[in-house]
Design a protein around this ligand. Structure first.
Ligand code: ZN
Length: 362
């Protein structure tokens, strides 16, 4: 199904569900003592008028504002710390709980999300990579997106050994804007679960094939949070979490490399903000039993995934489900903010249904 068709189906489903009062009833069956809690995962909050990069990970600041104001008016937004307390207490919160999380450390989180959150008095956690902060290491999907934007090549080739979905060379056309966006998301999906080393090799090979200077591409990626920015967020009471050192897919790394990514990032970030970093976010959502035990041993108290769903007291605090929030999540057919869609999504009504269907299909 195309993204558009899927979105239409979701919109129709959410409209019917809300008409029947199903999200509320569904939520009651989920456990925080009869209430529900959900972690929402954001990436970029794109300043109005700025064209998003080909890596379409983010949402327009105006749509973000509409969503957050609506969430704040309907639900209780709590810090990750308070959420974890509810999970372990076995008590019933007075209201449904929402945790706001932001991944990857884009600077627009400071300039276009934090001021609104402050105005509304809402807590949030920002998961950042320590190399992004201290070495200004660019986030590789954005480097890839910038390369695709800069190239004059008519197609991009990905060699057999660099694909995670199977063997065979793939060649993707780059003639139109839509093809460029599509090629970008396909390449990122193929590279996402490789080790950091292999991703770097693949990016350099792709750059050579596209005849693009990767350093120049890197310079045109969106700005990320630096040490001063992190200290400003922490001073405003926001939590800072670790998203590893360099954003590799951890299960694809050797245990020793995983340990460095998980432990060193915490140490570096704590030194940067001069405060505690207690929560982890798996890059690309990747985790297995070994990764989880390394995170636990490193002294963290929680870790979030990209597994969809509502969190409850039965969840492992080192494998918390989380709902990714993109522009399509809460937009109706017109592309404008749809409260009905948002309610159906965050109560877990839609994500749990999709999850169940996916499970049956797999
Ligand atoms: Zn990430």
């Amino acid at each position: 199904l195309s993204a558009g068709t899927r979105n239409t189906m979701r919109w129709i489903l959410s409209g019917i569900a809300n008409g029947l009062g199903l999200p509320a009833r569904h939520a009651v069956r989920r456990r925080l003592g009869g209430r529900w809690g959900i972690l929402l995962g954001y990436h970029r909050v794109i300043p109005p008028g700025e064209a998003p990069s080909h890596y379409r990970m983010g949402m327009d600041a105006r749509l973000f504002e509409a969503q957050v104001r609506w969430i704040a008016s309907r639900h209780r937004v709590v810090s990750i710390e308070e959420f974890l307390r509810w999970l372990s207490s076995g008590r019933t919160p007075d209201e449904d709980l929402v945790v706001l999380t932001f991944d990857d450390g884009y600077r627009d989180n400071l300039t276009h999300a934090a001021p609104l959150l402050k105005e509304l008095g809402l807590p949030a956690i920002f998961y950042v990579t320590s190399a992004g902060v201290t070495e200004r290491a660019a986030y590789w999907p954005e480097v890839l997106a910038a390369m695709i934007k800069l190239t004059r090549a008519r197609s991009v080739t990905l060699d057999s050994g660099m694909r995670s979905s199977g063997p065979g060379v793939i060649e993707l056309p780059l003639a139109t804007a839509a093809e460029r966006v599509g090629a970008c998301s396909k390449l990122i999906a193929e590279l996402r679960t490789l080790s950091g080393q292999r991703i770097t090799e693949a990016i350099l090979r792709i750059a050579a094939g596209l005849d693009v200077d990767p350093v120049k591409a890197r310079e045109s990626t969106p700005p990320m949070l630096d040490g001063d920015n992190l200290r400003a967020l922490a001073a405003d009471g926001f939590a800072i979490g670790s998203h590893s050192a360099t954003h590799p897919y951890l299960p694809s790394e050797e245990p020793e490399a995983q340990r460095r990514e998980i432990e060193d990032s915490r140490r570096v970030l704590e030194a940067t903000i001069r405060g505690p970093v207690l929560d982890f976010c798996y890059p690309g959502g990747g985790h297995d039993g070994r990764t989880r035990s390394i995170v636990r041993a490193a002294g963290y108290r929680s870790a979030v995934t990209w597994e969809a769903g509502v969190a409850g007291s039965a969840d492992d605090p080192f494998a918390l489900p989380r709902k990714g929030v993109g522009p399509a999540l809460a937009a109706g057919l017109s592309g404008a903010f749809s409260p009905a869609m948002m309610e159906a999504e965050i109560s877990g009504f839609i994500s749990d249904r999709f999850r169940r269907r996916n499970r049956r299909a797999s």
